[in-house]
Ligand binder design. Structure first.
Ligand SMILES: [Zn+2]
Length: 248
């Protein structure tokens, strides 16, 4: 069993007696447009996919016990506001949710938590970094925007042209192929847009960035095989971080 909320309370109690260090994985995403072809929950689905793979890898580990928390499917998401389906919360709300949920778990004897985020609007990432700093060393963030992590990921991801493109669409294809509208995907021309540069230049919505259909990158090149390979790399990065948190 790898989902925390699948436990009954005596099982949660037994966890505290476990000799292994318990580390909880907290998947964070967003509900926002991901092109005409991919689901609004793309980011949440990706975070869950990373967490589940890391938990499976560590299932028989002698030192660490890993469980996946219910995901937080809402984030700070304003760039896609022109499209239906963008559901945003503010920075203060996100920070309070993360700090209070982690605080509640710590008070029950589960202080070791890794946040796994796949929604990269700068305000989201910045807020999560602040929450982690407030929570102290037992809580960590798998921050894929950090260079040493991004370097392990695909060319498209590193190019910054990676919203609902080949990178994310491949990950959805690997886990939930039925949620990718294949006919629409095949018809999407590739659209290389350097999102970090556009954001640095002050553009704060998809339309201004030239993403008139809420995507950039090359979704038509996505494959389930690439998605599975990327998930393996992401799970490796997370397992390394789990071991660090377990040791603290
Ligand atoms: Zn996304």
């Amino acid at each position: 069993m790898t989902e925390f909320a699948d436990l009954a309370y005596p099982d949660a109690e037994a966890l505290r007696e476990d000799e292994r260090a318990t580390v909880l994985l907290f998947p964070l995403g967003a509900t926002e447009p991901h092109g005409p072809h991919a689901p609004l929950k793309t980011d949440t689905l990706i975070s869950l996919g990373i967490c589940r793979r890391a938990a499976e890898r560590l299932e028989d580990d002698p030192d660490v016990r890993v469980l996946v928390l219910p995901p937080l499917a809402y984030g700070v998401t304003r760039y896609g506001a022109a499209f239906p389906g963008a559901v945003s919360i503010g920075e203060a709300t996100l920070r309070a949710l993360v700090v209070e949920i982690c605080g509640s778990l710590a008070a029950q004897g589960f202080p070791r938590i890794v946040l796994v985020n796949s929604h990269f609007e700068p305000e989201q990432v910045h807020t999560l970094r602040e929450a982690v700093a407030e929570l102290g060393p037992a809580v960590s963030l798998l921050d894929l925007t950090r260079r040493q992590n991004a370097e392990r990921l695909t060319d498209e991801f590193r190019s910054g042209s990676c919203h609902a493109g080949r990178y994310e669409t491949s990950l959805v294809l690997a886990d939930r192929p039925g949620l990718v509208r294949q006919e629409r995907t095949a018809a999407l021309e590739s659209k290389m847009i350097d999102m970090p540069a556009a954001i640095a230049a002050g553009q704060t919505d998809f339309i201004a960035m030239g993403m008139d259909r809420a995507y950039c990158g090359a979704p038509a090149e996505a494959t389930a095989e690439e998605g599975e390979r990327t998930f393996e790399t992401l799970a490796e990065l997370l397992v390394d971080l789990v071991r660090e948190v377990a040791a603290c």
